[in-house]
Design a protein around this ligand. Structure first.
Ligand SMILES: [Fe+2]
Length: 512
């Protein structure tokens, strides 16, 4: 049990001089171990005595409250939490206020090079949350959604709760201060955070303590990143199988907050009420309450937010052939089909490349999975195509893709000496076992969405003609008819090379 010295009150970041984006100055404590049954008290002696979760008389007059992230009959590794709040969360006023929706629109178009909207002014995390696409339905607890966020204002006296699914936050710019019911998380680019459904949180930006002289106040610092939301499933670690004990993400590197609470605003009603914004079936709703929702003095259980530093990931390497992208899986979410993931979250950081007599660039392939690839920092070397920091690229399920002919030719002749790749860069992939529908917003209003560079593969050519004599000699030897070299001279017409977007077939209606 880890007592916390922090009893926080809003705003979470009151004096920038006391805080710094450098994680060395992270002021918070954490509990280590993925999926552990953690127990933590902000005030010693707050948790109920052993053998009971709901005592008749809780310590210090606290209220016992239960939060359950799974159905009652579930495996033991996903069981519920017990809170000890100052006030139970039943005193609130519903507001007839809805924003949204965040639902998806169908599209089978192929898009590439997504980057973030920077046209934001005084925007909070919730206001700056936009859905790029997804599949399934939160009410059926099936599927997922991919969002992006861009914000420059703190949520202050607001809390957000997502009732639809579990959030995986992937910051690309700016350090986040995430205040949750269960304590504080500090998350900068290179660190991810998972926020389970139903847990309230409020996000503020950790601002630089050094402002340039004369810098206008309106030049607000901002945070940007991506959110992978899963419905009806929970993130977990992939099985290690033949790897045994080591490799990929280690259990002990996952960090959970220690209990912390708003002392003043939890104990007496505030003159300006708190706003709780919740996402339900893709719509944002709002209600108010007089007390801070961050009032949990102690908690125990497994259902809690956590963070993971991606630099701790133990990359694998192979002597021959390329490892599948799933070898880079940090977290996975199981689907309803046994043995099939809903989505895998993969990262590509610094690692040794030792493969011989195979491809180091992306080989040509089609797959049932939709691949959404992003760059957190540096130059992404998994592709010869330019791919800027903050950008997204995606390949729809079963769409053929691979590198250019020039890259193929270069890699074919490369000596492939062992070497370090990915230095000072960090990429990630949402490896989605399904189709992916883009939203209307992504297709029509996103400031920076574009189709793949036309003509990228136009220089691709058949190499058979270079080997026609050898091929025919072997066919002849095998008693088979030889190839007519003159019949292989096929030149595509200009019209076939670049179909215009307006000429592409109309996408069929989505099945949901
Ligand atoms: Fe791929």
């Amino acid at each position: 049990m880890e007592p916390s010295a922090i009893a926080h009150d809003q705003p979470a970041i009151s004096n920038p001089k006391e805080h710094d984006a450098d994680m060395e100055l992270d002021p918070y404590k954490y509990q280590c171990g993925f999926g552990n049954h953690h127990a933590t008290e902000a005030i010693p002696g707050s948790l109920p005595r052993h053998g009971t979760n709901l005592p008749q008389k809780c310590p210090y007059g606290l209220y016992a409250e239960h939060l359950n992230g799974t159905s009652f009959v579930s495996s033991r590794d996903t069981v519920s939490n017990v809170f000890l709040p100052i006030n139970p969360d039943v005193s609130f006023t519903p507001l007839a206020h809805a924003w949204g929706p965040l639902t998806t629109e169908p599209s089978t178009d192929v898009a590439a090079g997504l980057s973030l909207d920077t046209q934001v002014k005084k925007t909070t995390f919730v206001q700056g949350l936009r859905t790029i696409g997804g599949h399934g339905d939160a009410t059926l607890r099936e599927g997922l959604a991919v969002h992006q966020y861009a914000f420059n204002a703190d949520m202050c006296q607001q809390a957000f709760a997502n009732h639809d699914g579990e959030f995986l936050l992937v910051p690309q710019k700016g350090t986040l201060n995430i205040k949750t019911e269960m304590g504080m998380l500090r998350v900068r680019p290179g660190i991810i955070a998972v926020l389970p459904a139903g847990i309230r949180f409020s996000i503020s930006l950790v601002r630089s303590s050094h402002k340039h002289a004369g810098q206008p106040e309106e030049e607000l610092e901002e945070a940007r990143g991506y959110v992978l939301e899963i419905f009806g499933s929970h993130y977990t670690l992939p099985e290690l199988g033949v790897l045994g004990a080591n490799g990929l993400a280690h259990l002990r590197d996952f960090e959970y907050p220690v209990a912390a609470f708003d002392f003043v605003s939890s104990s007496k009603p505030s003159s300006s009420p708190w706003k709780i914004i919740l996402k339900l079936a893709g719509r944002l709703n709002c209600y108010s309450q007089p007390y801070s929702p961050f009032n949990v003095v102690a908690w125990h259980g497994r259902y809690a937010p956590y963070r993971y530093n991606l630099s701790h990931f133990a990359h694998l390497t192979a002597n021959s052939d390329q490892l599948d992208p799933t070898a880079y899986t940090v977290l996975t979410a199981p689907s309803k089909y046994p043995g099939v993931s809903l989505v895998d979250f993969c990262i590509f950081g610094e690692k040794w490349a030792v493969v011989k007599d195979s491809w180091r660039i992306a080989y040509y392939h089609r797959t049932m999975a939709t691949e959404i690839l992003g760059v957190i920092k540096g130059l992404y070397l998994g592709s010869v195509r330019p791919f800027e920091e903050g950008g997204l690229r995606f390949e729809q399920a079963y769409m053929p893709h691979g590198e250019t002919y020039e890259a193929w030719k270069r890699d074919r002749e490369d000596s492939h000496e062992p070497g370090m790749v990915g230095k000072d860069s960090l990429g990630f992939m949402f490896h989605i076992s399904s189709h992916f529908a883009l939203t209307k917003w992504a297709m029509e209003d996103h400031p920076d969405i574009r189709l793949e560079q036309p003509g990228l593969w136009d220089t691709m050519r058949s190499n058979l003609m270079d080997h026609i004599d050898e091929i025919n000699a072997n066919l002849k030897k095998a008693g088979m008819p030889i190839l007519d070299a003159s019949a292989m001279q096929v030149v595509p017409s200009a019209d076939m090379k670049h179909p215009k977007r307006s000429n592409l077939p109309t996408p069929p209606p989505a099945p949901f």
